[in-house]
Design a protein around this ligand. Structure first.
Ligand SMILES: NC(=O)c1ccc[n+]([C@@H]2O[C@H](COP(=O)([O-])OP(=O)(O)OC[C@H]3O[C@@H](n4cnc5c(N)ncnc54)[C@H](O)[C@@H]3O)[C@@H](O)[C@H]2O)c1
Length: 369
């Protein structure tokens, strides 16, 4: 273990913050809280499993350093990301008399991070919060960038706010307890960064697949850091997704559609994104934006890490297209999709129904032969 954590700065003027990456960081949180000059009152939002694994140690550590932690436990999974649970957390903060300089710690994956950030944005018109990201998705994606929110019964992430954390703490050692399926889902987002922004990183993933799949600490640290650097640089240029930040949605137009067609039960998000990336690369090739080699390289890597690559055979074109039209990124009825032009470079293009249908039918014929 190195003594100093690696750090990535998210430069956003007054809202700037650091992402610190190191193994066993959770045992040293107090050291990183101190410079932020917050009050001693700390709310830890987590779920039962993560509290048992890491929360109890964190509480003991914080008490030892003079903090007063108060733990709020949510149910595990997407069911916790609701206004009802946000409201329960708010009730608790009021009851415990949390103040402006009190801080919330989100100890968990993307679900805990998203709802904690959202609550922090609302309570007393905004109190500081810190992401202690425990899943790979949270470590490479959701903890960075300030998108916070909850789901509505009619759709995911429909209610939320842009609200940046005061600090992001990434303890890569906690990934060892992450279920394998969740680890692989996170790798889909990792591959995404290579395709959208960094050909060298993509080549690294191709060459070091074995070290990554066996979770060699150095490989894990490197890939988490590189993804945070890429996300930080995109967010720095476009905090509120008015342009460049859209490239982070690569794989998500088709991915979200497949997630919805699977009723959010068949595939977890990263698996749907993996399929979405493979299919969007195929569409890109069909439209003449990239070569067949790009499609093949990406498909090969996705397959090697053990993520799904194909289109579920039961899906019809009408189902797919209408699910794609329901995506919240559709503007005035037009689907704008992120398409790779090279490894490391993407373009955002409107998709025409007729052209996508042609690709879909050709794909079906090729699979039948
Ligand atoms: N805000 C953003 O920019 C952004 C980006 C991507 C995804 N998201 C959101 O993030 C959520 C998905 O995040 P996720 O994939 O982390 O899901 P999650 O938070 O549900 O975590 C996945 C599962 O892994 C468990 N887990 C997490 N860390 C663990 C660990 N170290 N050891 C053992 N178990 C662990 C969790 O308890 C959960 O059961 C979605 O709600 C999605 O909308 C937000």
């Amino acid at each position: 273990m190195t003594n100093q954590p690696s750090s990535v700065r998210v430069s956003l003027g007054k809202r700037s913050y650091d992402i610190l990456i190191q193994e066993d960081l959770i045992a040293n949180v107090a050291q990183y809280l101190a410079p932020l000059k917050l009050s001693r009152q700390v709310g830890i939002i987590s779920n039962a499993r993560l509290h048992r694994l890491y929360g109890t140690v964190l509480v003991r550590h914080l008490r030892k350093h003079g903090y007063e932690p108060h733990v709020i436990i949510l149910p595990d999974g997407e069911q916790a990301k609701t206004l009802r649970w946000a409201s329960k957390i708010l009730d608790e903060l009021v009851a415990q008399r949390f103040e402006r300089r009190s801080v919330l710690l989100a100890l968990g994956g993307g679900v805990i991070g998203d709802i904690t950030g959202f609550v922090a944005s609302m309570y007393l018109r905004g109190i500081p919060f810190i992401q202690i990201a425990t899943s790979l998705v949270a470590q490479v994606d959701s903890s960075v960038g300030g998108k916070t929110g909850v789901n509505h019964a009619r759709g995911k992430n429909l209610i939320g706010a842009f609200y940046q954390p005061a600090l992001v703490l990434i303890d890569t050692a906690v990934l060892l307890t992450l279920p394998k399926r969740e680890w692989l889902a996170g790798l889909a987002e990792v591959i995404k960064y290579g395709v959208i922004a960094d050909a060298k990183f993509f080549a690294y993933l191709e060459q070091q697949t074995h070290d990554i799949l066996t979770m060699q600490p150095e490989a894990v640290r490197y890939l988490v850091k590189r993804c945070c650097e890429i996300k930080a640089s995109v967010v720095r240029k476009d905090e509120r997704e008015s342009g460049l930040r859209q490239i982070l949605n690569y794989g998500h137009t088709v991915g979200h559609a497949l997630e919805a067609l699977g009723k959010y039960r068949k595939w977890i998000h990263g698996e749907a994104v993996a399929m979405g990336m493979v299919l969007e690369a195929e569409i890109s090739h069909a439209l003449g934006y990239c070569s067949a080699e790009i499609v093949e390289r990406q498909q090969h890597l996705v397959q090697r890490v053990g993520l799904p690559t194909g289109l579920p055979s039961v899906t019809t074109f009408s189902q797919l297209w209408s699910a794609m039209l329901h995506d919240k990124k559709v503007v005035c009825g037009a689907i704008h999709c992120v398409l790779p032009s090279q490894i490391g470079k993407v373009t955002v293009q409107p998709l025409e129904r007729r052209v996508v249908k042609q690709w879909f039918q050709k794909r079906g014929r090729q699979q039948a032969t």
